[in-house]
Design a protein around this ligand. Structure first.
Ligand code: RTP
Ligand code: MG
Length: 141
C-alpha cells in the first residue's frame, strides 16, 4: 500500500481530558509517524472554513461551537495507508457505535464531543493538510 498523509485533530474534549499523549501513542503504535503538529485555538472563521462541506447540515452550528470551545491538537500523520488506518484507529463517528478499543470508544463522550477528526479520503486529506500546515512545516524522516 502507498505511503499517505492524513490530517488528525484531537478535539477540545480530548485535550481537556489530558489524553493527547495517549492518542498520539496509538498513532505511533500503529506505525504512523507524526510529521507536523501544532496546538491551536481555532477561530470561528477557521472552524467554519474547515468544516465548510457540512455548512448546510443541521449540526453545523453545534459542530463549530464545539470545535472552538477549547484548544485542539492538529497533526499530520504519515505512513502506509495512513488515511484508512487513522479512520480505523478512530472508530465510528458516534462513540456508542465505535468498535471496542478504538479512540472514540475509549475517549469520546458523544457524537458531538467525539475526541478526534481524521481526513476521510486522499482529496480531503490534501486540502485539510494545506489548510493547517504550509509545506515547509511538514517533516518526513
Ligand atoms: P470528523 O470529520 O470530525 O473526522 O468525523 P466523521 O468523518 O466521523 O463525521 P462527519 O460525517 O464528517 O461529521 C463531522 C462531525 O460532525 C459531527 N456530527 N454530528 N449530530 C449528528 O448527527 C452529527 N453528525 C456528525 C460529529 O462531531 C462529526 O465528527
Ligand atoms: Mg468527516
Amino acid at each position: 500500500m502507498a505511503i499517505e498523509r492524513t490530517l488528525s485533530i484531537i478535539k477540545p474534549d480530548a485535550v481537556k481530558k489530558n489524553v493527547i499523549g495517549q492518542i498520539l501513542s496509538r498513532f505511533e503504535g500503529a506505525g504512523l509517524q507524526i510529521v507536523a503538529a501544532r496546538m491551536t485555538q481555532l477561530s470561528r472563521a477557521e472552524a467554519e472554513g474547515f468544516y465548510a462541506v457540512h455548512a448546510a447540515r443541521p449540526f453545523f452550528k453545534d459542530l463549530v461551537d464545539f470545535m472552538i470551545s477549547g484548544p485542539v491538537f492538529v497533526s499530520v500523520l504519515e505512513g502506509e495507508g495512513a488515511i484508512l488506518k487513522n479512520r480505523d484507529l478512530m472508530g465510528a463517528t458516534d462513540p456508542k457505535k465505535a468498535d471496542k478499543g478504538t479512540i472514540r470508544a475509549d475517549f469520546a463522550d458523544s457524537i458531538d464531543a467525539n475526541a478526534v477528526h481524521g481526513s476521510d479520503a486522499a482529496e480531503t486529506a490534501a486540502v485539510e493538510i494545506a489548510y493547517y500546515f504550509p509545506a515547509l512545516n511538514v517533516y518526513s524522516r
